[in-house]
Each structure stands twice: as structure tokens, then as C-alpha cells.
Ligand binder design. Structure first.
Ligand SMILES: *Cc1c(COP(=O)(O)O)cnc(C)c1O
Length: 425
């Protein structure tokens, strides 16, 4: 996939807009997304599966800005949701109930009730108790709830431990050995209708092997379930396909999408089941960057620190997952000038507040703009206001235009959320 973040006349652009231009209008730090890259990623994914009936339910927890959701929905995307809040966001963005699947190990009664009211396509259920609650709530509403069982196929996704979800040590899914039992229970409950089977083994997976093992196990299970008399309509293989965060490698996808798609289609095509896919990261990661400005360059005893105006509260991936993000100067620096090894850090009083450690960077000084690349997924959505730092704006670029799609929060708004008890006023 072509990047739309390239240098023109020495300045990094988002599509046709120079990033310094956006910084001048909006201030820093900010998230900048490219509409073309979003569309291209969605289309490439859908294209890869075009030879089989399939439905893409974008895992909106990766980036749930309304503009992003609307854009993807306009291309026909459904949504994978994990909360009532996400349900609401999806509906407001114009996604129809029948395009929504609801995943998650801890759905509350209220969340289930909301999703029943919305007429969603399927509840991906992970435990017995949820089947019982779902049936009870569906009965109360005079409805029949569509369900799939999310099976834990016990594979090692060989990804970061915090984003692995398909091994027996993980809290997710029903152990594959118990799946038959749950299907039996689901079929016995009159207000449930078994629709399919689901899995999701983790995120940022960069090898085909774990997917292949997991899907094969699910396919075997489908045959068993059919011989038990269950009528399945779809197989949901989840998301998890990884992206390359290392721009230097020049490969956007470490695991080629085509290989992934071919494998999934090969294993599932004979089943006569609809295919549901839940990509998140792959759709949005490359289409976003975090634009930040250097406050100081500080020479420590042993290290150089580039201190920027964004911090871990804006993008927590480096410290949470040990994630690598490429760092680019917005104004191109010739390789002939001296580069140095430095830590790129925020201003929060935590040693974990960094974007890059021991990174080769050009010599940057106060006021210079820096882009933290590949920040479109699990960036803005994981931001917090720690240190009373307002949530930063999100900007969507399309061609030569840009628009703020979420304004910078104000400190006043943050403070106004608190309530001082009467006896203190
Ligand atoms: C997070 C999640 C996804 C998306 O994962 P990515 O790695 O972003 O593709 C898909 N399905 C479920 C159930 C998830 O929890």
C-alpha cells in the first residue's frame, strides 16, 4: 500500500497538505489521518477476499472517531464492537444493526439489552453464563438472539503477551474442548439461535502459522458441530493481522495480506459458510501519525533527550507494549548533516514516558516538528488526560484539504467534569 505521508519540497505532507500548515492552524500535538490511506487499506482488504462471500466488521476499538467510522461505513464496512459505547458510536455513524458483531468477555446485562434492541447480526459469546443471560433478556423482549461461540483454539500467536488472546492462558474464548457443550446449551435455549462460530487469537500477528493452526482447528470443529446437528451460517476468523511499524523496512505488511486471505479462503471455502473478518489495526495503523513539536533538546550525562509536546498520555503504545514507532523530522534533514542517538520523550513525570529510546535522529531543536509514524491504530483511542493534559485533536486530510474531526479538549472541560461536594463549597 502506498503511503500518503511523503516529503514534497523538503516538508512531510499528509496527502496534499504540508504538515507544518496543519500545525500552524490546529497547534500541536495532534493526530493526522489520511482519508485515502484509510480507504485504500479497507479496499485492499476487501479485494483480497473478493472471490468469496465475506463481510468485514472493522474492529472499531482500533480507532473509533466518527469520521473514520463514517468513511469505512460508506465503503460498506460493518463493525466489531466491544461495548455499548461502541454500539452507540457505530449506530450514530450510520452502521446498521445487521452489520454489527458484538465481541467481549465481559458484556453487562445493559450492554446486551442495548445490542438486542439494535438488532445486531451476532453476539460472539465466550461463556455459559452469558448464554443464559442472553436467552433471558431476549425472551423478555420477545426476541431471538443470534449467537456464535468464540472458541479459544489454544495457539501461540507469537505476539506481545498483552495482545495475545488465543492461548489457554488468556481469558478469552471457550476452550475448544468445551465448545460442543456450549453449542449444546445454546441450542437448547429457545430464545437463542446459533448462527456461527468465532475466534480472535490476538493482535499484531506477523506470521501465518498461528492463524492457519487456529482456523484449521475451527474448521474441524465445524464438522463436529454439524454432525451434532447444529446449523451454522458463518465463520468469524477475527482480526489480528499485524503491520510493520518500522518504516525503514519499507514493507507495510510483514505478513502479506494476499497470503493471509488465500489461506483463510482455502481452509474455509468448502464449508458453505459466510466469512466474517474483524480487522482493526491493519485498516487504520498506517493512515495515521502523531504530529508533535520539540520543546527542548537536553544533553544528559549519558544520553541526549529530545523532549516533545506529546507524551505517553497521547500515545501509550511504546511504554505499554514496548512498541516501535518510526520517528520522522517534518522538515527533511539531509543525511550529510550530523545525526545523533537520542531518546524521544514526553514531559510527563514517568520514566515510561517515551516514544523512542536510543534512536538515530537528526539533530532537532526547539520548535522543530516531528512525526511519530503508524499511529492510526490504538493511538487516540487509548489516550488519557493524565497530568491534566487535554485530549489532542484529530485531523483528517483528504487531497489538499484538512479538517479537524475532533477538536482539542480544553482544561476547562476537564475540570468541569469534577463535582465538589456541597459541604466543601
Ligand atoms: C481487537 C479485536 C480485533 C481487532 O484486532 P486487530 O489486531 O486490531 O486486527 C478483532 N476482533 C476482536 C474480538 C478484538 O478484540
Amino acid at each position: 500500500m502506498e503511503t500518503c505521508f511523503t516529503y514534497h519540497e523538503g516538508r512531510l505532507h499528509g496527502e496534499g497538505v504540508a504538515l507544518p500548515e496543519i500545525a500552524r492552524h490546529v497547534g500541536t500535538p495532534l493526530y493526522c489521518y489520511s482519508a485515502s490511506m484509510l480507504e485504500n487499506a479497507y479496499k485492499a482488504f476487501s479485494e483480497a477476499f473478493s472471490s468469496v462471500p465475506h463481510m468485514i466488521c472493522y474492529a472499531m476499538k482500533a480507532n473509533s472517531n466518527q469520521a473514520v467510522l463514517k468513511l469505512l461505513a460508506s465503503h460498506g464496512s460493518g463493525m466489531d464492537i466491544v461495548s455499548a459505547g461502541e454500539l452507540q458510536r457505530a449506530l450514530v455513524a450510520g452502521v446498521r444493526g445487521e452489520q454489527i458483531v458484538f465481541s467481549g468477555v465481559g458484556k453487562t446485562r445493559e450492554e446486551i439489552a442495548n445490542a438486542l434492541d439494535a438488532g445486531i447480526l451476532c453476539f460472539n459469546v465466550e461463556l455459559e453464563a452469558e448464554l443464559l443471560i442472553l436467552s433471558e433478556l431476549a425472551q423478555a423482549k420477545g426476541l431471538v438472539a443470534p449467537v456464535a461461540i468464540r472458541v479459544n483454539p489454544d495457539v501461540d500467536a507469537r505476539t506481545h503477551e498483552k495482545i495475545s488472546t488465543g492461548g489457554f492462558k488468556d481469558k478469552f474464548g471457550v476452550p475448544i474442548s468445551r465448545a460442543q457443550e456450549l453449542y449444546k446449551l445454546a441450542a437448547s435455549l429457545p430464545f437463542l439461535e446459533v448462527r456461527g462460530i468465532a475466534m480472535h487469537i490476538g493482535s499484531q500477528i506477523t506470521e501465518l502459522g498461528p492463524f492457519e493452526t487456529a482456523v484449521s482447528r475451527l474448521v474441524d470443529l465445524v464438522h463436529v458441530l454439524r454432525s451434532d446437528g447444529h446449523c451454522l451460517r458463518h465463520i468469524d476468523v477475527g482480526g489480528g493481522l499485524g503491520v510493520s511499524y518500522c518504516e525503514e523496512m519499507q514493507v507495510p505488511f510483514p505478513l502479506p495480506l494476499e497470503d493471509y486471505a488465500r489461506m483463510i479462503m482455502r481452509l474455509t471455502s468448502g464449508l458453505g459458510l459466510g466469512l466474517i473478518l474483524e480487522p482493526g489495526r491493519l485498516i487504520v495503523a498506517h493512515s495515521g501519525l502523531l504530529l508533535t513539536r520539540v520543546i527542548h533538546s537536553k544533553q544528559g550525562e549519558k544520553k541526549t533527550f529530545i523532549i516533545v509536546d506529546a507524551a505517553m498520555n497521547d500515545l501509550i503504545r511504546p511504554t505499554l507494549y514496548g512498541a516501535y514507532h518510526a520517528i520522522k523530522p517534518v522538515c527533511e534533514v539531509p543525511d550529510s548533516l550530523p545525526w545523533l542517538i537520542a531518546d524521544v520523550v514526553g514531559g510527563i513525570c514517568e520514566s515510561g514516558d517515551f516514544f523512542a529510546l536510543d534512536r538515530r535522529v537528526p539533530s532537532l531543536s526547539s520548535g522543530d516538528l516531528v512525526a511519530v509514524m503508524t499511529a492510526g491504530a490504538y493511538g487516540a483511542v487509548q489516550a488519557s488526560t493524565y497530568n491534566t493534559r487535554p485530549l489532542i485533536p484529530e485531523v483528517l486530510v483528504r487531497g489538499s484539504c484538512f479538517q479537524v474531526v475532533r477538536p482539542r479538549e480544553t482544561c476547562e472541560a476537564i475540570i468541569a467534569r469534577d463535582i465538589v461536594p456541597d459541604w466543601l463549597t
